[in-house]
Write a protein of this length. Structure first.
Length: 256
């Protein structure tokens, strides 16, 4: 009498449970804090399309770059300037061949919406002390925060740095500088246009001329030698027409 093999007697449902199940992947993204709103929306859209998880870590580009060099397991890094991307590449903490310039931004001078001041002419004659009225000029720390580096360049380009430097409130990232103005702990602030556009209680007094500072460029890179399928997919998604529309909605300038 022929005997059935034991596995042929198992219920079909149980056999299905033995089939390999494709687990959703996770993508850890290190990104400049100025990208918080745009990337959060894009990550949500990507997750709904793919089922993969996108974990976003926002901070100053410099802090994130140092973490990468120290071995942090991110899959993607988006910097707010080229200097810190150069550093990550030089330290072999990223896949240099995948480096691409993704976005651009503008630098603006802001104040609280309750201020009677509505505009300031940015030139060498600007009396910063008079405008501050004993308060502070909030910026990302020029020692390492990209927005602060651009702010210093712009002030130097206008011949205002020596006057401004003693009045600076140096923040750990550009969003922290924005918050100082929102809380009225600083009379004025220098932030990105994209930060000013998402804040409900600040207004733009002036835009710094592009020629006063280096171009505000956001390069991105895959960090692992062998990137996961999900990280490559999210990288590609950030270059899509859909992503460009979202970035522009938040005030970024795209390449397309």
């Amino acid at each position: 009498m022929m005997r059935l093999r034991w596995w042929k007697c198992l219920p079909f449902v149980f056999l299905l449970s033995l089939q390999p199940v494709s687990a959703k992947e996770k993508v850890l993204v290190f990104a400049a804090s100025s990208l918080t709103n745009a990337l959060t929306e894009l990550a949500d859209r990507f997750e709904k399309k793919t089922g993969d998880d996108v974990i976003l870590s926002f901070a100053s580009s410099s802090a994130l770059a140092r973490q990468l060099v120290q071995g942090a397991p991110a899959d993607l890094y988006i910097s707010a300037n080229t200097k810190w991307m150069d550093y990550v590449i030089a330290q072999k903490a990223a896949n240099a061949d995948s480096r691409k310039d993704l976005l651009h931004n503008q630098l603006v001078l802001i104040t609280h919406i309750s201020s009677p001041e509505n505009s300031i002419e940015l030139n060498a004659q600007w009396d910063i002390d008079a405008s501050l009225q004993g308060s502070w000029l909030a910026v990302g720390d020029p020692a390492h925060v990209p927005a602060g580096l651009y702010a210093k360049q712009a002030l130097e380009g206008l011949g205002l740095w020596q006057q401004a430097e003693p009045r600076l409130a140096r923040a750990n990232n550009v969003r922290a500088a924005l918050l100082l103005v929102e809380r009225q702990e600083a009379e004025l602030g220098i932030v990105y246009q994209t930060d000013a556009s998402i804040a409900e209680n600040v207004k733009v007094l002036a835009r710094f001329p592009a020629e006063t500072h280096q171009p505000i460029t956001y390069p991105m890179v895959l960090t692992k030698k062998v990137p996961s399928a999900a990280s490559k997919a999210f990288y590609a998604y950030l270059e899509s027409a859909e992503a460009a529309t979202i970035f522009r909605k938040f005030g970024f300038l795209t390449n397309g």
